[in-house]
Design a protein around this ligand. Structure first.
Ligand code: FAD
Ligand code: A2P
Length: 294
C-alpha cells in the first residue's frame, strides 16, 4: 500500500477522534507527502497484538515516552488518525509502535494488515506526559502498565538516560493472559543481554532493570493486578524492596482509564503526588487508550 494521494487533514488537536469534516483537497501533494512513512518490519504477537517499525522522518525529535498521531487513509482518502506511543527510544533511527487489533476499530481493522514496504501516515508532533523531565529525581522508577500501555516504557527502558537518572527501574506489566506479555518479555530479555548497556551500567544491569510481569486470568508463576500487588506489599516482598515512599520512589502509569484511576489512588496512598511536564513531582499518568464509555 503506497499513499499516492493527498493526506491533508490534521486531527492532532484531538488525539482520539477521526476528523468529522471531509479533508480539504490540497493544491499540491508534494508538501504533504513527508507525512507518509514506510513500514520496515511487522511482528504479530497474538491475534490481538502486533508491533511494527517505520522509517523516521529526519526532522523528528522526541523525548522517549511521548506519543504521535499515526494512521491510514479510509476508502475516500480521508486520514483515520489515532494517538500512538512511540515504543522505540529517541536514539533509534527508525520508529517502533506496539498496537492492539480492535476487530471493528476504524484504524486497527486496517492497520493490522500492513506489511513491509507499505506506507502509513505519521504526524511528526510528539507530545505526552510520560517523560523523565516530568518527574523529580529519585532512587527507583516504577513503570506500571497494562496491555499496550507498555509501549511508552518500551521506549524509556531502551533509553540509557533512564538509568543515568535512576538506580533501579521496575517494569510491572499486567495482562489477562501470558502470551500478551511476550512483547515486553522479549524486549527486557534483549536489554538484559545488551553488551552496550552492560558496558555502560555494569554486569549487574539485570538488577537495575527489574521485570515484574503478572497475569490475571491465565494461571502463571506470578499473578495479580498491579494495584493488588502494590497494596498487599507482595511486589516489595518478592523483590526485596522497601514499600514505595515519596523520598525514593517515582512512577509512571499507562493503562485503561479504570486502571489509571485505581493506581493513582494507590500511589497517593504511598504519599506520592501527581506531576506534569511543567510541574515535576513523584508520578505521572497517561491513558493507553480512550474507551470504556469515556
Ligand atoms: P478506536 O475507535 O480508537 O477504539 C475502539 C475501542 O477499542 C476503544 O473504545 C477501546 O475500548 C478499545 N481500544 C482502543 N485502543 C485500545 C488499546 N490500545 N488497548 C485496548 N483496547 C483498546 N493504542 C495502541 O495500540 N498502542 C499505543 O501505543 C497507543 N498509544 C496511545 C496513546 C494515547 C495518548 C492514546 C489516547 C491512545 C493510544 N492508543 C494506543 C489507542 C489508539 O489511539 C487507538 O484507540 C487504537 O489504535 C484503536 O484504534 P481504532 O480506530 O481501531 O479503534
Ligand atoms: P483483570 O483481568 O482482573 O480485569 P483489560 O484487558 O480489561 O484492559 O485489562 C488488562 C489488565 O489490566 C488485566 O490484567 C486486568 O485485570 C487489569 N486491570 C483492568 N482494570 C484494572 C484496574 N482498575 N486496576 C488494576 N488492574 C486492572
Amino acid at each position: 500500500m503506497t499513499l499516492d494521494f493527498p493526506v491533508a487533514d490534521d486531527t492532532a488537536s484531538n488525539p482520539t477522534v477521526a476528523p468529522a469534516a471531509p479533508a480539504a483537497k490540497p493544491a499540491s501533494t508534494a508538501a504533504l507527502m513527508p507525512d507518509a512513512q514506510t513500514v520496515t518490519a511487522v511482528h504479530h504477537w497474538t491475534d490481538r497484538l502486533f508491533s511494527f517499525r517505520v522509517t523516521r522522518p529526519a526532522s523528528l525529535r522526541f523525548r522517549s515516552g511521548e506519543f504521535v498521531m499515526i494512521g491510514l487513509p479510509d476508502d475516500n482518502g480521508k486520514p483515520i488518525l489515532r494517538a500512538y506511543s512511540i515504543a522505540s527510544p529517541n536514539w533509534d533511527e527508525e520508529l517502533e509502535f506496539y498496537s492492539i487489533k480492535v476487530p471493528d476499530g476504524p484504524l486497527t481493522s486496517r492497520l493490522q494488515h500492513i506489511r513491509e514496504g507499505d506506507q502509513i501516515i505519521l504526524r511528526p508532533k510528539p507530545v505526552g506526559t510520560l517523560v523523565l523531565d516530568a518527574l523529580l529525581p529519585g532512587k527507583r522508577l516504577w513503570f506500571l502498565a497494562t496491555g499496550t500501555g507498555i509501549a511508552p516504557f518500551a521506549s524509556l527502558m531502551r533509553d540509557p538516560e533512564t538509568f543515568e537518572r535512576y538506580e533501579q527501574v521496575i517494569m510491572m506489566h499486567t495482562c489477562r493472559e501470558a502470551a500478551e506479555l511476550d512483547y515486553g518479555r522479549e524486549l527486557v530479555a534483549n536489554l538484559h543481554g545488551d553488551e552496550l548497556l552492560t558496558e555502560m551500567f555494569g554486569a549487574d544491569f539485570d538488577k537495575r532493570l527489574i521485570y515484574y510481569p503478572t497475569t490475571t486470568r491465565e494461571a502463571t508463576a506470578r499473578m495479580g493486578r498491579i494495584t493488588d500487588n502494590l497494596t498487599s506489599g507482595k511486589v516489595f516482598a518478592d523483590l526485596g524492596l522497601p514499600a514505595m515512599n515519596p523520598a525514593e520512589d517515582r512512577a509512571m502509569v499507562c493503562g485503561s482509564l479504570a486502571f489509571n484511576v485505581d493506581v493513582k489512588a494507590v500511589l497517593e496512598g504511598f504519599g506520592l503526588r501527581e506531576g506534569a511536564n511543567s510541574d515535576p513531582k513523584e508520578f505521572v499518568v497517561e491513558k493507553a487508550f480512550v474507551g470504556d464509555g469515556i
